[in-house]
Design a protein around this ligand. Structure first.
Ligand SMILES: *Cc1c(COP(=O)(O)O)cnc(C)c1O
Length: 392
């Protein structure tokens, strides 16, 4: 068989399997699912005039979210990126610090660090979770850091290393308790980027509860959406209060005076977005069931294929299956772009995984460990149409 014929076979095998799941529909990568009280709550905002930064849906959304996740406090913000930025600044990351982030993530994880004036320091992810592993991180930091005063510095750059932002990739939970231990050993602030992991659990505990704070995203393509939006969760009431204050221009409560006690942000989630969020949270259990059902549909469709497989959660982990993926076997990785193009030509929305962040222009000179696992996953993962509506 010629290699052109071989490639044709690979493409056909993959596209037939995907079509057996999505049929004639051609949804986006992850379309929102509005099946509940969305219109009703939005109309309430319009009718009452409370569409902006004041209104009852914002605290209600915060309470509902905190209850679902099992967090003490939630602070709703305009998007996940600003949530990460605010959490880092509010917890004490300073300009010139280094912050440990995975090389494999959406760019926002690194942008938030840079927006805080700090420098992202990239580390590899593990094969098992696709996120940072405690063992790998501990040995890397032991070789990299040296104690200076109260904290630790990067022995090559001399910069203080002050925080760790692991990410639960595509809804697969990392061992956040293990990472919290490592963070404790090296005096690092732990902020979980849980943007993709609403409804994901590690050994029965919801993601986002292991560190000082965690951040969710409610962008249009996430598990639930508020249009645009995000939230920070924390167990600490003082931190919650500080973050809420910073998110609302650091304005001091007063009947009429405009008095602000520091430089603040305009990051508070508007009421109209929170209204959407309250309706979406009501349907979250059903959405999670659909995402799991869709995972099973793809797993069945890809079973027995020689070119790769559908990755599943590991023992003890519960993934929300936010984005469905297909992992090409290494010997077929060379065909990744041809497969992506063939799918796109047929109107099937597929995407590669994010290009590892240490290869992006703004971060090429940032400190980084070697990242063979991130590079390998990027070379062979294909993200599939993942809209929950596909599960019927
Ligand atoms: C979506 C996402 C964010 C941020 O989300 P926005 O709400 O779009 O700002 C951050 N990190 C990761 C890993 C994400 O997937």
């Amino acid at each position: 068989m010629t290699s052109a014929a071989a490639l044709e076979d690979v493409r056909a095998e993959f596209i037939d399997a995907v079509k057996s799941v999505i049929g004639d529909s051609r949804p986006g990568l992850h379309d929102p699912h509005f099946g509940g009280n969305e219109k009703h709550y939005l109309a309430e905002c319009v009718d009452t005039g409370f569409v902006s930064s004041v209104g009852s849906f914002v605290p209600r959304f915060e309470q509902d979210l905190a209850r679902f996740v099992g967090a003490a406090h939630a602070v709703a913000v305009v998007n996940g990126t600003s949530g990460l930025h605010l959490a880092l600044v509010g917890l004490g990351v300073k300009p010139g610090d280094e912050v440990i982030v995975p090389a494999l993530s959406f760019v926002a994880t690194a942008s938030a660090v840079a927006l805080a004036g700090a420098v992202p320091h990239f580390v590899d992810v593990s094969d098992a979770t696709w996120g940072i592993s405690p063992e790998g991180l501990r040995s890397y930091l032991a070789g990299l850091l040296e104690r200076r005063g109260e904290g630790f510095v990067n022995s090559h750059t001399g910069r203080p290393v002050t925080a760790l932002v692991p990410m639960h990739t595509l809804g697969f939970p990392v061992d956040a308790d293990g990472l919290a231990e490592v963070a404790g050993e090296f005096g690092l602030i732990l902020v979980e980027d849980a943007a993709e992991s609403l409804g994901s659990y590690d050994k029965g505990t919801h993601t986002g509860l292991a560190g000082q704070a965690a951040v969710f995203s409610f962008n249009g393509n996430k598990t639930i959406t508020t249009g645009g939006g995000g939230a920070i969760i924390t167990a600490d009431p003082v931190v919650a209060e500080r973050l809420r204050h910073l998110s609302t221009t650091a304005k001091l409560a007063n009947r009429y005076e405009f008095d602000h006690d520091q430089v603040g942000y305009n990051y508070r989630m508007p009421n109209i977005n929170a209204a959407l969020g309250v309706a979406q949270l009501e349907q979250l259990p059903e959405i999670l069931e659909r995402q799991r059902a869709l995972h099973n549909m793809y797993a069945d469709a890809f079973e027995g294929l020689r070119i790769g497989h559908k990755p599943s959660e590991t023992t003890g982990a519960t993934s929300n299956y936010w984005l469905q993926t297909f992992l090409l076997d290494r010997k077929f990785a060379v065909h990744k772009n041809a497969i992506l193009n063939a799918c796109l030509d047929e109107g099937i929305t597929v995407r590669p995984l994010w290009k590892p962040l240490n290869r992006l222009e703004p971060y090429r000179s940032s400190p980084s460990d070697k990242t063979p696992v991130a590079d390998d996953l990027y070379s062979r993962l294909i993200c599939l149409p993942s809209s929950p509506v596909l599960a019927g």
